[in-house]
Design a protein around this ligand. Structure first.
Ligand SMILES: Nc1ncnc2c1ncn2[C@@H]1O[C@H](COP(=O)(O)OP(=O)(O)OP(=O)(O)O)[C@@H](O)[C@H]1O
Length: 323
């Protein structure tokens, strides 16, 4: 076991190492700077954070609350999930109760509403009215994956921040920092694999590091690819090149291995293919054909088509194109 093994506690590292201040957040420099200036000027508007999972939206909201309220932040910050199965009315009741309750000397309290894009337009209209009703003493921070799913009247009342996937450098920095704090040894190829498998998602990077570290051995690329069920970029490239060379059966057999042995989901293979197209050693024409096929398969899989059939069809089309 690692040094951390002496007091493992089973604490989840994404919580243990969640940045507490805006300054500790990796990447998103321009966003952090703008948020910090709201705090410095003591002028926080309603905020809308949009972006993929695990990139720091919730973390930024809690860091703001810590900056505004110091040690009192928990009492002045309410975190709710809009997709609460008990319905939007329960969410609204909790907002109302919180917004009406006593303050302890602060001008406003902060309500963080996660997954705001899971609300129907009607529910969002109701939320907008609630926001207006309490805008004197409440600031809302809404978080969503797609800002386009948020109705205009809400968007126009918020300062909108788009959190993109984190850069490889940001992920790498956090992985190295966390490993050092836990006394975990990670090889260089292990760091590279963690960054690759995370694909911009810091939560995934840190969870993978923690999972790989439980073996007690050096975290290397082997361990990372196994634990994250990620194919090595070379395996994906080999599958594509054999298809383009016209050897459909060999390409299909690699695909089988990825699905059965590596345990990958079809959607993840599409994702990896998409990320790697321009890294492969392909002519421009081949890369474009591959992009087209990926687009088609992605669409069909999203619409509910069988993943393996779609991926095999993609490889078959590549093999035929070359024939
Ligand atoms: N930019 C970042 N810098 C450092 N750590 C980060 C960053 N973003 C995320 N993390 C780590 O990942 C964990 C999850 O991040 P967070 O809860 O902020 O994600 P999110 O963007 O709100 O995702 P979701 O939409 O799934 O709620 C954090 O607890 C933290 O450990």
């Amino acid at each position: 076991m690692s040094e951390a093994g002496s007091s493992p506690g089973r604490e989840v590292w994404i919580e243990k190492y969640r940045p507490q201040t805006l300054g500790d957040i990796k990447g998103h420099e321009d966003i952090v700077e703008r948020l910090q200036s709201y705090i410095d000027q003591q002028d926080l508007p309603h905020l809308l954070f949009s972006g993929p999972a695990g990139v720091g939206k919730t973390t930024s909201a809690t860091a703001i609350a810590r900056a505004v309220y110091g040690d009192d932040w928990r009492g002045n910050f309410l975190e709710l999930n809009a997709s609460d199965q008990r319905g939007i009315d329960v969410v609204r009741d909790r907002i109302k109760n919180f917004a009406r309750s006593a303050f302890g000397g602060y001008d406003y309290r902060i309500i963080f509403l996660d997954e705001a894009d899971s609300l129907t337009s009607d529910a969002q209209s109701a939320l907008r009215r609630t926001m207006e009703q309490f805008s004197d003493n409440t600031r809302f921070i809404l978080s969503c994956n797609y800002s386009s799913k948020i109705i205009d009247p809400i968007q126009s009342r918020c300062a909108v921040f788009r959190f993109g996937p984190l850069s490889d450098e940001a992920i790498e920095a956090q992985v190295r920092e966390t490993a050092a704090q836990e006394g975990i040894e990670v090889s260089e190829d292990g760091v590279e694999a963690l960054v690759y498998a995370a694909s911009g998602d810091m939560r995934r990077a840190i969870n993978s590091l923690q999972a790989a570290a439980t073996t007690g051995e050096v975290v290397d690329e082997e361990a990372v690819y196994r634990i994250t069920s990620t194919a090595r970029p070379e395996e994906i490239e080999a599958m594509v090149s054999t298809a383009i060379d016209g050897d459909f059966l060999a390409a299909r057999s690699t695909l089988d291995t990825l699905i059965t042995d590596v345990g990958m989901a079809g959607g993840d293979i599409i994702d990896q293919l998409h990320r790697s197209v321009w890294d492969f050693d392909l002519t421009q024409r081949e890369a474009i054909t591959l992009m087209e096929r990926i687009g088609e398969a992605d669409y069909r899989i999203t619409e509910g088509a069988n993943e393996q059939v779609q991926l095999e069809a993609l490889l078959a089309a590549l093999a035929l194109d070359d024939a």
